[in-house]
Design a protein around this ligand. Sequence first.
Ligand code: A2P
Length: 279
Amino acid sequence: MENYILTNGVSIPKIGLGTWHNTDEDTVEDTILNALKVGYTHIDTAAVYGNEKFIGDAIIKSGVPRENLFITSKLWKTEYGYQKALRAFEKTITDLGVDYLDLYLIHWPCSPSKRDDWAEVNAETWHALEDLYKAKKIRSIGVSNFWSHHLDALLNIANIKPMVNQIEHHPGYRQQEVVEYCRQNDILVEAWSPLGRGMVLQDPTLEAIAKKYDATVAQVCVAWCIQDGILPLPKSTKADRLASNIAGLELKLAQEDIDTINAMNLGSSSGSYPDAVAF
Ligand code: A2P
């Protein structure tokens, strides 16, 4: 598995397995065991997904050594603030059955639409992540769903800069402004829902491109991310799709096809905008 290198020198596998909405114990176990078998070494979860315990159990069952895996989790919104973040982190690693995380993210920014003191809330929370990083309980730290104004405020107070920003990103919804911002600040962009929650998989433009390479549209989505230096986190619960999606790492798209995909405009598949989400 090829890696990206984060600003602190930590290697992160170029593709990861998304696990949102995978909450049934048996399905989680099958998914993780199948994913590890076909070559995934990078698993992305979050406290709010409610599956950390099941993922931890499946990893133990797999027999794959902890140090061969890259495990990410995320701090949920109700746990923001310094002390609450420290406690939530302890619960996450206990549930996962590990004694460190490879990457820990603030799941969503506290935003100006929610609280006047949003920047302070994010700052306090970030300082908890920094201290966990300094204590070597987390190998790298970052954020998720942060847009430029959230990052501006965070970079103003950060002693350690975020190494990752995980955002919604798929053909037709590139979020180019925040992607450029992250590039300029050496923050690796991870793509959640790189398949547009499955909704872009029947798009005729993408189907035509996939056909040229005898590939699936999901593989095209994966390759398109990688060739742009972005880390895709596709989700699937099906063994055959897990295997075929990861094979997208081998696909090389021609520049004309990348340009065609870059020009698509389908909008967000989730409709979850950081300053407008209801939760
Ligand atoms: P399933 O779990 O049944 O495979 P995203 O990662 O963009 O959020 O997309 C996830 C959705 O896409 C899930 O509903 C998943 O369903 C579906 N999916 C994942 N891989 C494929 C694939 N290769 N072909 C069709 N659907 C897929």
